[in-house]
Design a protein around this ligand. Sequence first.
Ligand SMILES: [Zn+2]
Ligand SMILES: [Zn+2]
Length: 132
Amino acid sequence: MNCPRCNTALQTDYIDDCKTRIEVDICPDCGGTWFDKDELSQIENIIEPTFLEIRNIPAEEEQLETLRCPKCITHPRLQKAIHPRDKKVIIDYCPYCKGIWLDEGELEAIQQDNWLLIFGKVFRCLTCTRSK
Ligand SMILES: [Zn+2]
Ligand SMILES: [Zn+2]
């Protein structure tokens, strides 16, 4: 799969929670991330110190640029949607395979909005590690 924004080959990476490990595809050039259907919902609340860094979200014009699905063979256009937790974050999703593209910084922005929930999760994670 190639990056819908810069056409660089995406690299497989993993995001770990204490119970889940999900596979994502990350662009080494622009730092965007592709999530297959349902992957994003699994990790939105997961704590990762790097996700809490404040990073710049690309300018609005750039976010509104039309991108095409890297996964579907016909490369349908990705639809734009505003993330319910952060109106400044415009996510691109594919109406066919239900994959989601997040530009660099967007995942962090979604997660920052959710600090308390995140810390609650960490607390639970530490607790469950200890009881093992
Ligand atoms: Zn890219
Ligand atoms: Zn697709």
